[in-house]
Design a protein. Sequence first.
Lengths: 124, 120
Amino acid sequence: MLVVLIGFFAGIIGGMGIGGGTILIPSLVFLIGTQQHTAQSVNLISFIPTAIVAIMIHLRHKSIEKELILKLILLGILGAIMGSLIAVSLDPQMLKKVFAGFLFTMGLYEIFSKKNIKRKVNKK
Amino acid sequence: MKKNNCYRKLLWIGLLTGFTNGLFGSGGGTVLVPCLVFLMDVEDHKAHATAIAIILPLSILSSIIYYRYNVVDISLTAKVALGSVLGGIVGSMLLNKLSVGALRKVFGVIMIAAAVRMVL
């Protein structure tokens, strides 16, 4: 039940685009005791149905820039393969540390990003 | 912006997004959204929605690789996915109504705290 609840909150945050996974992964690691690799795989896989539902909602709002998608996916696929292969070959303790560094950077970004976006809107 | 230059930029952004998302099993969106907003001049809400459509195929690919290396826990994933789909619906609908500024700050602090805890 706790797991479903964690998923629910991560889904809300993810659906708003403020990094559901960056909340989900540490929650699983600390509250459930999941291994880092497994927690990451949980986020990747549970994103699939979540994204499909979210895409259907966003398509109705006509918020998806279709012409950008193909170009971004092209090398995105290459990056996804490289990143995943590195991740699965890393030692879990090592991966946890690298992830912590990433999380720290992303945390700082979350705190300071809004200001940037506002400035951008004002400029227009 | 020159067309050619723009195309090359999109390829690099895509590569970086896929790499981050695969390596950390998350965070593709956190990289992709600001890139779209600041480098490609995509409007904020559209950037979020577009990002989800791009990360979906990348996540499927990464999931397959993780699965082949036997780190997947299917029953745990199913429970999280159940909650996450419901949450995703709520979140997507809230996106067009809420200012996420305050939320970002709260979650930024939580993420930093989690990061510190992970290293210690």
